[in-house]
Design a protein around this ligand. Sequence first.
Ligand code: SAH
Length: 252
Amino acid sequence: MGKVYLVGAGPGAPDLLTLRAAEILKRAELVFHDALVHPQTLELAVHARKILVGKRSGRHSTAQSFINKRLVDAARKHAVVVRLKGGDPMLFGRAQEEIDGLRKAGIDFEIVPGVTAATAAAAELGVSLTRRGIARHVVFVTPRAAEGERENDWAASVLAADTAVIYMGAGLAEELGAELIGRGKSPTTPIALVEGATLPEKRAFHGTLADLSKLARKAGDGPAVVLVGEVLRAALAEPVLAEKIESILKRA
Ligand code: SAH
């Protein structure tokens, strides 16, 4: 019986991979990977057969139950099987379904974390998701529900949070903006849209919540997160405002 490693490939740039992930990829016999994984990351798996199973939101993808079954079958034939996922495997990656399948089949597994899109985007912007006196509460949400999935009030979380990072939301920008403003979020709330964080083609757009669909139209069709919250205000305005925030903080 082999072992299955659920490995985070990071947000894009191939050198944003943990040493542990690189070492496991070197030993891998089989790698099941998402579409967003960088080709250079896959090259690290020198001995492995590579199988694309992953998806880009909105496009057709291998059924999850089939992936779960393939992982179990693979571990019965191979010593080192890798399930390589974009970002961190434990966020919006359906890892739990794979873990449950492996547990049920009695297959040994291990999770290797990766850098998630939210923190990669914050790094690109040079804006901390938390900030003393302004943001002590960060949420990661997605408005996108799989077919048949329980409805869930993602907007309530964004309304309550100091900072929100919205995954898989750029394609729904118009609805997102309308929903949040309709539920009472100020249209002047600062936002940023970061596309392709850590990749050479990365782009970042700043604006307010009222501009969300406009910003999304400017972006391409690369993976993108939308950040919402006061921490982005300084980036929105002139440096003068950043200084003002600093002095308010000093007084507080
Ligand atoms: N497990 C991944 C998220 C998978 S869902 C993680 O931890 O990052 C896929 C979504 O992640 C995309 O729709 C987009 O919202 C976001 N994403 C992934 N890579 C990104 C990147 N390089 N820049 C911006 N957003 C990214």
